[in-house]
Write a protein that binds this ligand. Structure first.
Ligand SMILES: C[S@@+](CC[C@H](N)C(=O)[O-])C[C@H]1O[C@@H](n2cnc3c(N)ncnc32)[C@H](O)[C@@H]1O
Length: 248
């Protein structure tokens, strides 16, 4: 197995490379998520949905929705949900999953999410549109994390919640070294064995190195004047949830 960083490029090239990456792994994306996190990503996403706290009659946006995990979970609580992603391949899977869950889950109060193609750095919505805006494993992939957060804030309503889930950088040096070694070796190996693509999974560590993670994302949220900014470390900081509210 030879591993290269073909999917990471700084600056202008970033979005095109990330688009290629998700087009390449879309079919196996959900399976690999379960395998690589031992199913824990489901629990972390439930936490995101709890923090978003959207009720029937409210509106939620899930940015970088991928195959729709968070959007579908948000919709189960009864709000109107929009999932947005720039990858047609990921959106097709999200729409198919939504149709399947509509057939099995016919509760009248549940609206199927609307899945739209669009760019997280230029959200196609007017300001003050949503009661909660979430993003799971998406912010790290944007060429500018600040632009992504600013856009999420712009489209949130006053008092609206912003919730970000992504990989983190563990504060403990030993745990960080072990965790980064795991991302460098075992994760690309599993990506190769089960998804036929080591490079796409080597990208996780490369993108994490360039991601401001716990401290940097919290700092940007504070600079943007979000209130009640909180960082929730998961698995000793291997993952992190950022929470903040748009001032009223
Ligand atoms: C790691 S996946 C996360 C999917 C899903 N949120 C989850 O938690 O499973 C990242 C997603 O972000 C999307 N993405 C990356 N950059 C984007 C951008 N600039 N605009 C919209 N979507 C983007 C990718 O297409 C991909 O579906």
């Amino acid at each position: 197995m030879v591993v290269s960083n073909v999917f990471y490029a700084p600056g202008e090239q970033r979005a095109a490379k990330v688009g290629d990456l998700f087009a390449a792994i879309a079919r196996r994306y959900d399976l690999l998520n379960d395998l690589l996190s031992f199913g824990l990503h489901r629990r972390w996403k439930r936490r995101v949905v709890e923090l978003a706290a959207v009720r029937p009659g409210q509106r939620a946006l899930d940015v970088c929705c991928g195959t729709g995990d968070i959007a579908l979970a948000l919709a189960r609580g009864g709000p109107e949900v929009t999932g947005l992603d720039f990858s047609q391949a990921m959106l097709e899977i999200a729409r198919a999953r939504s149709q399947r869950s509509e057939v099995s889950d016919r509760k009248p109060e549940v609206h199927a999410p609307v899945f739209l193609q669009g760019d997280a750095q230029q959200l196609p919505f007017p300001g003050n549109s949503f009661d909660a805006v979430t993003i799971g494993y998406g912010l790290r992939n944007l060429s500018s994390c600040g632009t992504g957060l600013r856009e999420m804030l712009r489209v949130a309503r006053p008092g609206g919640r912003l919730v970000v889930l992504d990989f983190g950088k563990p504060p403990n040096a030993l745990w960080r070294a072990i965790y980064f070694a795991h991302l460098k070796v075992s994760v690309p190996l599993m990506g190769w064995l089960f998804g036929g693509n080591a490079d796409a999974y080597a990208y996780i560590l490369e993108s994490l190195k360039h991601y401001p993670a716990q401290q940097g994302v919290a700092e940007t949220m504070r600079e943007l004047n979000l209130s009640n900014v909180r960082v929730i470390n998961l698995l000793g900081g291997a993952m992190a949830i950022h929470y903040g509210e748009k001032p009223k």
